[in-house]
Write a protein that binds this ligand. Structure first.
Ligand code: AMP
Length: 250
C-alpha cells in the first residue's frame, strides 16, 4: 500500500483506472473495515481516503479533538489489501481562494442538517472532489449515516456523476451500539447510557431515550425508509438508525 498526499501524485498513480473509493475520516473500526472489504472484493484497485474534513464540522463541534491515528489506520488499511491511502493536507483539498460548494438543498435541511447547518454542504463538496480526484467507479458508504448516503446518492443522480454508490449495513457491537469513531469519547457510564439509542430505535420507542438529550427521533423517507435518531450523551453526540422497510442494507 502506498500513502499519497497530493492530487497530482494520486492521479499519476491511478492513470486510467476506475478504482473503488472508501471515503473516511480515519480512526478506523469494523464499520470502516467492512466498507474496505467490500471495495476490495468488487474492484481491481482500492483507494481509501483519510481526511478529517473541516468543512463538515460546525463552530464548536469536535474538529480539533476528533480522534486521529494515521499510523494505525495505515496498518489496518494495508492488512485489508488497500492499494492507496489518500491522506491529503487540508490545503490540498481547500487551497487558498477555494469558493465552490455543492448544496443538496432539501435533503440537507432536515434531521442532521437541521442540527448541523452546513454539514452536508461540506460532505457533498468533499465527496464530489474525491470522486473527481480518484475517478472512482464505485464509492462505499455506511448505512449508519443514512442521511449522508441519501445526500450523496441524490447528488450523483442530480449531477449525472458516472459512479455507483454502494451502501453497506451498519456494523454494531455485540450489545447493539453502532460502531463510531466518536465512541472513544464515552466514559464507561456514558457507554452504558448510550445503549438506549439502539434499543429505542429497535423498539421504535422514543420513551426509552428518557434521560438522554434527544435532538430528533424521526422517520425519514430515504431509500430505504428509516427511523433515525440523534442523542447527546454527555458531550458526545451519537446518531443511529434502523430500516423501516425490507431490503439491503440492514
Ligand atoms: P467516518 O470516518 O465516520 O466519516 O465514516 C466513513 C464511512 O464509514 C461512512 O460512509 C460511514 O457511514 C461509515 N461508517 C461509520 N460507522 C459505521 C458503522 N458502524 N457501520 C458501517 N459503516 C459505518
Amino acid at each position: 500500500m502506498k500513502t499519497v498526499r497530493t492530487i497530482s501524485e494520486l492521479r499519476a498513480e491511478l492513470g486510467e483506472a476506475r478504482p473503488g473509493l472508501v471515503p473516511t475520516m480515519g480512526a478506523f473500526h469494523e464499520g470502516h473495515l467492512s466498507l474496505i472489504r467490500a471495495a476490495r472484493a468488487e474492484n481491481d484497485l482500492v483507494v481509501v481516503s483519510l481526511f478529517v474534513n473541516p468543512a463538515q464540522f460546525g463552530q464548536g463541534e469536535d474538529l480539533s479533538r476528533y480522534p486521529r491515528d494515521e499510523g494505525r489506520d495505515a496498518a489496518l488499511a494495508e492488512e485489508e489489501g488497500v492499494d492507496y491511502l489518500f491522506a491529503p493536507a487540508s490545503e490540498e483539498i481547500y487551497p487558498p481562494g477555494f469558493q465552490t460548494w455543492v448544496e443538496v438543498e432539501e435533503l440537507s435541511k432536515t434531521l442532521e442538517g437541521a442540527f448541523r447547518p452546513g454539514h452536508f454542504r461540506g460532505v457533498a463538496t468533499v465527496c464530489l472532489k474525491l470522486f473527481n480526484i480518484t475517478r472512482a467507479g464505485r464509492a462505499y458508504f455506511g448505512q449508519k449515516d443514512a442521511q449522508q448516503a441519501a445526500v450523496i446518492k441524490r447528488m450523483v443522480r442530480d449531477l449525472a456523476l458516472d459512479l455507483e454508490i454502494r451502501v453497506l449495513p451498519t456494523v454494531r457491537e455485540e450489545d447493539g451500539l453502532a460502531l463510531s469513531s466518536r465512541n472513544v469519547y464515552l466514559s464507561p457510564e456514558e457507554r452504558a447510557a448510550a445503549l438506549a439509542l439502539p434499543r429505542a430505535l429497535q423498539a421504535r420507542d422514543r420513551l426509552l431515550l428518557n434521560g438522554l438529550e434527544v435532538d430528533y427521533f424521526e422517520e425519514a423517507d430515504f431509500e430505504p425508509r428509516v427511523l433515525a435518531a440523534a442523542v447527546r450523551v454527555g458531550k458526545t453526540r451519537l446518531i443511529d438508525n434502523v430500516l423501516l422497510e425490507e431490503g439491503a442494507p440492514t
